[in-house]
Design a protein around this ligand. Structure first.
Ligand SMILES: [Zn+2]
Length: 258
């Protein structure tokens, strides 16, 4: 998980939608509030514009798992605090609050997506792949004490990864560990398909480090590179995972004075 820095101001497309919709609704009901909004009433072009803003501010990676997301085909607008009106406590008043909105992947891999599209050609009512991780898996779960949110500046420090691609709670305080463990379960971050994708990225990184025999100074440069957006405004997919490995390697080298 990588920290997402929200802009100081709400994006214009969201402000515009809220102004227009509120004006329209209040003609009939002067007391109408956004907590009553049906999410499906938030439509394009404003919805598509907002998703683009969120994708851009996240460097085109999923807010939870770090997989590449690029458009409405492989991502959606995610409510960090769930939009359900019936939930207790309810966060329905945050349904169109910018700081509660993130871009999440759809919870299945590109392979599953391709397989689905192929099947769809033959059978029109082919069901979409099961959503096994991230926003759709999380559903209505949110816990003030246990949710590790990508809006927490040090969110990446809650997690560590094995060379086999598994995710674990990091060696941190008991409270942070409890939160990390719950977040892994509730977001499905231990999903086997995610593990496979992370393993590939980790193995490639490790191979690169071993071949080049980087010094601690060179590793530091590499870390700075992975921490930045590239020329296309994108983060490397799973960059938080790669950074976690590089930082471990850096601290080993630094301790041995290399
Ligand atoms: Zn994801």
């Amino acid at each position: 998980m990588r920290y997402i820095k929200k802009q100081d101001h709400e994006p214009d497309c969201l402000t515009k939608f809220k102004q227009e919709f509120l004006e329209w609704k209040r003609k009939d009901d002067p007391q109408w509030e956004f907590s009553k909004l049906d999410w499906d009433d938030f439509k394009n072009p404003h919805k598509a514009e907002l998703l683009n803003v969120l994708l851009k501010e996240q460097g085109y990676i999923c807010c939870y798992c770090g997989r590449r997301i690029s458009s409405s085909h492989n991502s959606h607008i995610e409510h960090l605090k769930p939009k359900s009106k019936s939930r207790s406590p309810s966060y329905a008043d945050l349904v169109v609050t910018y700081t509660n909105l993130l871009a999440s992947c759809n919870g299945y891999t590109e392979e599953q997506e391709l397989e689905y599209k192929e099947k769809l050609k033959q059978k029109r009512d082919t069901p979409k792949p099961a959503q096994e991780f991230c926003g759709a898996k999380k559903g209505e779960w949110y816990d003030d004490n246990l949710t590790v949110s990508p809006l927490i500046e040090n969110c990446a420090e809650y997690f560590t990864y094995t060379a086999a691609g598994e995710i674990r709670s990091a060696n941190i305080t008991p409270i942070m560990k409890k939160a990390a463990d719950q977040t892994i379960i509730q977001l499905g971050l231990h999903n086997e398909k995610l593990i496979r994708e992370r393993k590939k990225v980790i193995q490639d990184t490790l191979k690169h480090i071993l071949i080049k025999q980087f010094s601690s100074q060179e590793l530091q440069k590499l870390i700075q590179g992975y921490d930045k957006l590239d020329n296309q405004g994108e983060y490397v997919r799973f960059c938080a995972v790669v950074l976690s490995f590089l930082k471990q390697e850096y601290s080993v080298k630094k301790k041995s004075g290399l």
